[in-house]
Design a protein around this ligand. Structure first.
Ligand SMILES: [Zn+2]
Length: 430
């Protein structure tokens, strides 16, 4: 089939789905919550009664495959765009774009440059273009101007703002005279403590209990505001965490002259930009340097990672085996927990739970992809989905069956689909 035919088939399929499964207007509120670094099995490490309460009266997906690299910014942008990193452009927490000749770094909070975000359009913008309003409490990217827009309501990122304050804002926006239909809420833990302690530490137990208490607080506040039964609450995360050790460190200085390359991003996926004329030398020095590090020329990066077709992916990447650390040298220090590894590894996988009028009760599903959340969100909000790498039909069984009904605003495809159907998206149509 030609790409045009594939596009047409996709549009038809999307239209059929949106017509058959559109929801009543009172079911179209969504609150998306991310607890950063909440690994899938933390649910069972200590008693987590509030998470289990959501599972009992809602849905739970046991295995969520997130995207490579399994880092915070790439995965949070996937959750709100449905795109792989190579398609949405946030390929790492630390990036260099050779065309823009600009760097992006989470370490220095130098992330407010719009151009890094504009290879995609996040859901809050599409929601607002459809005539709705959105509110964001610290979700990564929501305080950045993207395509000339911010969320209708948002908080400037400040990690010292308490969870309770963030929840208060979300409740205020959902209950105002012109209520939002989409809320996004972000919390930094258990990621911070997971890095610090390592996920295997017994001290992670209290950290997980604290997150469960925070969820309990959110549920309590939603009930108090009469939102618990009318709003669709989705609780997820960006990635998991694995245990690291000072015994599992790979030092690039042992193999490479640091004058020959720039290290754009470090562990566990080292993004390496060789200086002019030094590509072969750098690659040869690294290729077989260490048994726990796999080195790829950009064009050799495995297709399954969807991590090749973007200028921000550097000419060479070196990927550490699980639990191994790549550093320039040991003077840099390491964290006892880390993530970013192969997204096929269970330890990298996050959680997914949901509760609300659109969702089934006490339903467990085996697996989904993180990219599937975006079409699900668009469906719940009744807004057109932009081209994405997910599949609504893959997650439709999470939803209660509803009587078919026709909704006028989803009958014409978004103009984007007619004109913009690049080859890189074809994988979602086949
Ligand atoms: Zn994270």
């Amino acid at each position: 089939m030609t790409s045009k035919l594939l596009c047409a088939a996709f549009i038809l399929a999307a239209l059929t789905l949106s017509i058959t499964f559109s929801l009543q207007p009172d079911q179209q509120k969504v609150l998306l919550v991310s607890f950063d670094g909440f690994r899938w099995d933390y649910l069972y490490r200590v008693p987590t009664p509030h998470f289990h309460y959501v599972m009992k009266y809602g849905v739970h997906v046991k295995q969520v495959t997130n995207i490579f690299i399994t880092k915070t910014y790439p995965n949070h942008y996937t959750l709100v765009t449905g795109l792989f990193a190579e398609n949405h452009g946030i390929v790492a927490n630390d990036m260099f774009d050779p065309i823009l000749n600009k760097s992006f770094s989470l370490d220095t909070m130098n992330i407010y440059d719009s151009e890094f975000w504009e290879e995609a359009t996040p859901i809050w913008i599409t929601n607002q273009k459809a005539g709705h309003t959105s509110g964001a409490a610290m979700w990564p990217g929501t305080d950045v101007k993207i395509h000339e827009s911010f969320p209708t309501h948002y908080m400037l990122y400040n990690e010292s703002v308490s969870f309770e304050e963030r929840v208060a804002k979300i409740i205020e926006w959902f209950t105002s005279k012109e209520p939002i239909n989409l809320g996004l809420l972000y919390w930094e833990d258990p990621d911070d403590m997971g890095h610090h302690l390592g996920p295997d530490s017994p001290l992670m137990g209290p950290v997980i209990s604290d997150i469960d208490n925070k969820l309990g607080y959110l549920i309590q506040m939603l009930k108090k505001a009469n939102l618990w039964n009318t709003l669709n609450l989705i609780i997820t995360s960006d990635h998991g965490m694995t245990q690291c050790s000072e015994e599992r460190v790979i030092e690039l200085d042992q193999y490479l002259d640091k004058e020959h390359y720039l290290l754009i991003d470090q562990s566990p996926v080292a993004a390496i930009l060789p200086k002019e004329g030094k590509f072969d030398e750098v690659y040869e020095a690294l290729a077989h340097a260490h048994p726990n590090m796999t080195v790829y020329k950009k064009e050799e990066i495995p297709e399954r990672w969807h991590y090749k077709y973007n200028t921000r992916v550097q000419p060479i990447i070196a990927v550490a085996d699980e639990g191994w650390y790549i550093l320039q040298n040991k003077s840099e220090g390491l964290m006892l927990g880390n993530h970013g590894y192969d997204n096929a590894l269970a330890e990298m996988h996050p959680i997914f739970l949901a509760h609300g009028p659109a969702f089934r009760k006490n339903f467990t599903k085996a697996a989904m992809n993180a990219t599937d959340l975006y079409p699900l969100l668009c469906h719940l909000l009744g807004i057109p989905a932009l081209p994405h790498n997910g599949s609504l039909s893959s997650v439709q069984d999470l939803l209660r069956p509803t009587a078919p009904r026709t909704v006028t605003h989803t009958q014409s495809p978004p103009p984007h689909h007619d004109t913009y159907c690049p080859v890189k998206y074809q994988q979602v149509f086949t």
